[in-house]
Design a protein around this ligand. Structure first.
Ligand code: SAM
Length: 536
């Protein structure tokens, strides 16, 4: 007998949990009534131009189905039935085609075993409209992989020890059939393309980030410093040292100029790109180690944990999801209530969970996204609108009719769609009140840096046009873009949109939805039953 996920379990025979790798086939799922989104992380520009009569088709690869099944079975993942983990969708446009699944050629291409780029990697999609506040994925905190290495005197060493501990846990799980994280770790090996981040970047790559800023400051073209003029001041020391003397003291002097350069030189020079530990050195070649470091860096949550399956969510500056993580210390009444609403089974109700939920209404066919960074407090806040006005829906306490209509909705009165639309308007009104000034919005569009494809930039600019941005964006600074490249391997077109204060307001809206759900689940007693109770 052993305890797993806080529950005493029979010892499972090892053979029963070893994966067979039999491909599991799911049919194409049509998502009707979707509207092409503006998000650059979602559809191609061609897809975005499709008429609203088009049908979007989703079909998970065999390994997507297998990893979800293994996570449900071995990690106790809870998945909303409104989601699919699948490669980017196929869109059929011809009227006669919209009810037919995609042609065989598309199928063959899409079901290829291994994605070769970020664009081809599977994502989480909504198959139906999802209202804000709905729980989407939940995983026991016990299934999270945490790194907890012994304290190190050097912060950079401490950083790499954390990364390496997560690498070791994944390497171990991938190699050992029958362990709880085997399916997840094998899936990462099979289906994830590591990005060009720290292990694969050179000083010249980082220099590009610094050059961009210098070019922008001097009004020139991004990257023009690479071939012409002298390197910008921050990198001058490094470039000179590399050309001449590689002595430790010189290297340290240049590295201290920028945390990004320190990180790069610690990995490539001090560690020589090799594992720190004998354990990994005995198991991984230098190339394999670089692959795993890239993967861990780009999939970590916070500084030292991996959230299986939630780490499939891509980044958007205007995300539609948020997650909360309860721990043994924080688990309390509200977390238990969240567990209940998320559908956690009774025997695990008092276990800490990580819950992913919709932070705004999500359209059918939309990709689920998280924001990997929070906006610095006040970055996007227009002068004079601080604190922001309370959203209209929160200004007055709900009248008694409100509660009554919520309960009626739960019994299928058909008003819930109308109510959902109403709340959506409130969210947009609220966001509108925070970010609306044509003049500053134009500046926001202009500050989108020249990174990524032209199509991406246009789409995100369009999406952000109504947002107010009063100052310079962190991603367009050398340090900001270098740190995105180092960890995530890409630089988003703009900073995070929501600051901590905005999130508090959003949380209030989402909480209101949860209260609605609660009222629907636990309707207040009717007047007649109250009267009957009073008489008895
Ligand atoms: C947490 S993982 C997200 C899931 C990952 N795409 C996968 O398939 O496993 C983060 C990595 O995904 C990629 N990524 C996420 N959002 C992106 C975006 N908006 N643009 C480009 N790449 C992105 C980057 O390579 C990043 O390092």
């Amino acid at each position: 007998m052993r305890r797993r996920w806080g529950v005493v379990e029979e010892e499972t025979p090892r053979s029963a949990t070893v994966r067979t790798h039999e491909p599991v086939e799911l049919p194409w799922t049509p998502v009707r009534g979707w509207t092409p989104p503006l998000s650059s992380t979602f559809a191609t520009p061609q897809q975005q131009k499709q008429p609203s009569t088009s049908t979007l088709w989703l079909r998970p690869r065999g390994q997507d189905v297998a990893v979800v099944q293994s996570a449900i079975r071995d990690l106790k993942l809870l998945v909303s039935p409104l989601l699919l983990l699948a490669p980017p969708p196929y869109v059929s446009t011809q009227a006669r085609e919209t009810s037919l699944p995609p042609p065989a050629a598309v199928e063959q291409q899409q079901q290829r075993r291994r994605p070769t780029s970020y664009e081809e990697c599977s994502r989480w999609y909504a198959t139906q409209p999802i209202p804000a506040g709905m729980f989407l994925l939940s995983i026991p905190t016990e299934a999270v992989l945490f790194a907890n290495p012994p304290p190190a005197s050097d912060p950079l060493l401490g950083y790499f020890m954390q990364v390496e501990e997560l690498v070791a846990q994944l390497v171990d799980a991938a190699a050992t059939g029958g362990t709880a994280h085997h399916g997840y770790a094998s899936y990462l090996c099979d289906s994830v393309v590591p990005c060009r981040n720290l292990p694969f970047l050179t000083p010249a790559d980082l220099q590009k980030e610094f050059s961009r800023e210098a070019a922008a400051a001097s009004g020139g073209e991004a990257g023009s410093h690479l071939s012409s003029g002298p390197p910008p001041p921050l990198l001058r020391g490094l470039a000179e040292n590399r050309g001449q003397d590689e002595s430790d003291s010189n290297r340290e002097a240049s590295a201290s100029d920028s945390p990004a350069i320190s990180l790069l030189s610690f990995f490539h020079d001090d560690m020589s790109g090799e594992p720190l530990s004998d354990y990994l050195r005995a198991r991984l070649s230098k190339a394999e180690y670089a692959w795993w470091v890239s993967l861990v860096l780009s999939h970590r949550a916070g500084s030292s944990s991996l959230l299986p399956m939630l780490d499939k969510l891509n980044h958007s500056p205007i995300p539609n999801c948020y997650y909360t993580m309860a721990t043994e210390e924080t688990v309390c009444g509200l977390d238990v209530m969240d567990n209940l609403l998320a559908g956690v089974p009774e025997e695990l109700l008092y276990q800490p969970y990580v819950h992913l939920f919709a932070m705004r209404d999500i359209k059918a066919g939309e990709e689920l996204t998280l924001c990997y960074a929070s906006a610095a407090e006040g970055v996007y806040r227009p002068a004079g609108v601080h604190p922001p006005p309370r959203p209209a829906s929160l200004r007055t306490p709900p009248p008694p009719e409100f509660l009554r209509s919520t309960v009626e909705n739960s019994s299928g009165s058909g008003e819930d769609t109308q109510r959902a639309a109403q709340s959506t308007e409130n969210v947009s009104d609220f966001m509108e009140s925070l970010f609306s000034s044509a003049a500053v919005a134009a500046a926001a569009t202009a500050t989108v840096p020249a990174i990524g494809s032209a199509a991406d930039r246009t789409d995100v600019s369009r999406e952000l046009r109504h947002l107010q941005h009063p100052g310079r964006q962190e991603v367009s600074t050398a340090e900001g873009s270098a740190s995105w490249r180092l960890q995530w391997g890409f630089v988003p077109p703009c900073d995070a949109v929501y600051s901590a204060k905005d999130l508090v307001e959003m949380a209030a809206l989402v909480a209101e939805r949860r209260v609605d759900t609660r009222a629907a689940l636990f309707p207040p007693p009717s007047h007649s039953s109250l009267a009957a109770a009073a008489h008895s």
